[in-house]
Ligand binder design. Sequence first.
Ligand code: ATP
Ligand code: SF4
Ligand code: MG
Length: 340
Amino acid sequence: MNPKNILEVRDLVVKFKLSEGIVHAVNGVSYDVPEGKSIGIVGESGCGKTVSSYALNRLLPPYATLSGQILFRQQDGNIIDIAKLKPEGREIRAIRGRDIAMIFQEPMTSLSPVHTICNQISEALILFQGMTKKQARNRTIELLKLVGIPQAERRVDEYPFQFSGGMRQRAMIAMALARNPRVLIADEPTTALDVTLQAQVLSLIQDLQNRFNLSMILITHALGVVAHMVETVNIMYLGRIVETGPTMEIFEEPLHPYTQGLLQSIPKLTGRLGERVSSIPGSVPSAYDIPKGCPFEARCKHRMEICREEMPKPVTVGSEHTVYCHLYTGREAARDAANA
Ligand SMILES: Nc1ncnc2c1ncn2[C@@H]1O[C@H](COP(=O)(O)OP(=O)(O)OP(=O)(O)O)[C@@H](O)[C@H]1O
Ligand code: SF4
Ligand SMILES: [Mg+2]
């Protein structure tokens, strides 16, 4: 494992065995998360963004199968392969509770409606950080202030339904921070909010990421959202990464026809921040039957005969910019020949 990385995902495959057939949700995804840095995972609905990141915490249903490696550098420097842990064992529960925290799209999936905000956030502090009830309450109030909840001393005793949508999202961020995590996975953390709140919550997440030197995986369907927030972007399509590279390079020179389509999509004037009208005709095909060639073939205006038959191999075009598309096959060889 590269010493600068906190996580290395290698050849991750996740399938769901259903009575209707097998859903190939994630089909061999590899990427790195450098310590203290943030990466983005971008793609349309159904591309496998959520499933591939839930796998990091082994939050998959029992009918899912998982293979590949999820190497995680623990606080003491030991490297553990999360993919090999028992899904409900002690080790993964400790990682979920302490090391890898998640912020979800819809706060009510992680906030309990029947417990006060104080009880819910305190729980992690008492359980994982050994605080007393009083200490945990004080820390909860501090955390609520940190994420910008007004009158935190009073509101700490309220229930989630008494909070507005934006406040619930902030409370969920506070809950994630209470674990003192080393990795934060933010899965479409703002799509349920209106435009102004989205911008505020994103800038709060970015500020906290910097301040606590968190390693972050930011998941979104809108490329615009990651532009100023992450250093590396992975573009996902049908359970695969089709292009990866430094964010600015991806914006300046998008190579994969899918990435180009995502960038050309037009921002909606009346929609939510980052919501765009797709300029890519068609939609993501079903994950039941995945094509043997390029996953994007059915929708690609540049498709060639080879695209249907052969999966494109990775072509590295910059030091860290890689694309999986037959249009660029040979480009590497040509460059190497020119440099020889
Ligand atoms: N629990 C599940 N059981 C069966 N299939 C699932 C399950 N969860 C996800 N899938 C399927 O796996 C594929 C990937 O889904 P995933 O939720 O990761 O997409 P996504 O990129 O996060 O999309 P969105 O932007 O809509 O959140 C989809 O085809 C989806 O239908
Ligand atoms: S490999 Fe072929 S079908 Fe796939 S994106 Fe490239 S040109 Fe299009
Ligand atoms: Mg999702």
